[in-house]
Design a protein around this ligand. Structure first.
Ligand SMILES: NC(=O)c1ccc[n+]([C@@H]2O[C@H](COP(=O)([O-])OP(=O)(O)OC[C@H]3O[C@@H](n4cnc5c(N)ncnc54)[C@H](OP(=O)(O)O)[C@@H]3O)[C@@H](O)[C@H]2O)c1
Length: 298
């Protein structure tokens, strides 16, 4: 029998894709679902569905029993570092041998930004646990442009960000999942922190042009002052501390701090990372006037 792999966040964007890719490689994992009602949708891709709220320590301990390798995804919540520490401790005590942690680009920068510091706290807990690890540090997902950051496009043909004309390099969550699947299944990546990006840095003006081309309608990027961006997030119902974390991220992007391009996807998977043009082609429906639903799964 192969290694028993547990995938947390299995119903989410990255976790769902990790499930599909492990299953496609003949290594269906065990899925961790937040609630029982989501279990049936996972069954075809895994050998077992375990149910646990990551805030429930006893349930987490039960979920990691008999597991060899853990894909560790924590939701973006103010208490995620605490959730992460509980999970790491339970995994170490259960004898898990490898943790592949979904982190974020720049997590090790000092002082960095809040989104990175939250993940670094969890990375440190893993380093201290004695369990072998690989950290996946992806750039902002392209999928954000078909979600929250591009939510105004279907109705208005515009999106609003305070990032000037700086170039940013994003990653496709599907490529992040492909790297995760390889690092879970193949040996040799232990002790490495992999910064995962797409193939090129683009300005939001270039990103808008690619969204327009793919969806066959005008899409305009409007460079707005920070106060307007903050008001937009408030209007969209984004709570603190996420709201301030996004503002900090965009300030970093504006100064060119999110333009790094790496070859990690190709190095780990043997395939070139998807470009934003590829992503836009696959997700054009999200920007059409009557768009309903989020990014395409594949
Ligand atoms: N978005 C970006 O640009 C970006 C960039 C780099 C890194 N990241 C990192 O990527 C991660 C998010 O990945 P994603 O976009 O795939 O997330 P996602 O689609 O929002 O999925 C989150 C998953 O976590 C589960 N979950 C939430 N609360 C839970 C709880 N209390 N107990 C058990 N499961 C719970 C959700 O299940 P339910 O839906 O059933 O609750 C879902 O399966 C974060 O750690 C983020 O920092 C994001």
């Amino acid at each position: 029998m192969g290694a028993q792999i547990l995938v947390t966040g299995a119903t989410g964007m990255v976790g769902g894709e990790v499930m599909r890719q492990l299953s496609a490689r003949g290594a269906p994992p065990i899925a961790l679902a937040h609630s029982a009602d989501k279990a049936p949708a996972l069954e075809a891709l895994c050998t077992e569905v375990r149910i646990a709220d990551l805030r429930d320590e006893a349930a987490v301990r039960a979920a990691v029993r008999g597991i060899d390798r853990l894909f560790m995804l924590t939701p973006v919540t103010p208490d995620q570092a605490e959730i992460g520490r509980t999970l790491v401790q339970a995994a170490a005590e259960a004898g898990v041998q490898r943790i592949v942690k979904l982190s974020i680009i720049g997590a090790d920068l000092e002082p960095g930004i809040a989104l990175g510091r939250w993940h670094r706290e969890m990375e440190r807990a893993i380093e201290d646990s004695g369990v072998a690890w690989t950290f996946l540090r992806p750039a902002g997902f392209m999928q954000n442009m078909a979600g929250l950051f591009g939510a105004t496009v279907p109705a208005q043909g515009m999106f609003f960000l305070p990032c000037g004309d700086a170039a940013v390099c994003k990653s496709d969550a599907r490529d992040v999942a492909a790297v995760a699947a390889s690092v879970l299944l193949d040996d040799g990546w232990e002790g490495q922190a992999l910064t995962i990006t797409g193939p090129e840095a683009l300005t939001y003006y270039q990103i808008a042009a690619l969204m327009a081309e793919a969806s066959d309608r005008p899409v305009t990027y409007v460079d707005v002052p920070e106060a307007a961006a903050r008001a937009g997030l408030e209007q969209a119902g984004v709570p603190e501390p996420m709201l301030s974390a996004f503002m900090e991220l965009w300030a970093l992007e504006k100064t060119g701090g999110a333009a790094e391009v790496t070859d990690a996807v190709e190095r780990v998977t043997g395939k070139a990372p998807r470009s934003f043009a590829d992503f836009a082609r696959d997700n054009a429906a999200a920007w059409k006037p009557a768009a309903a639903g989020g990014p395409a799964p594949d």
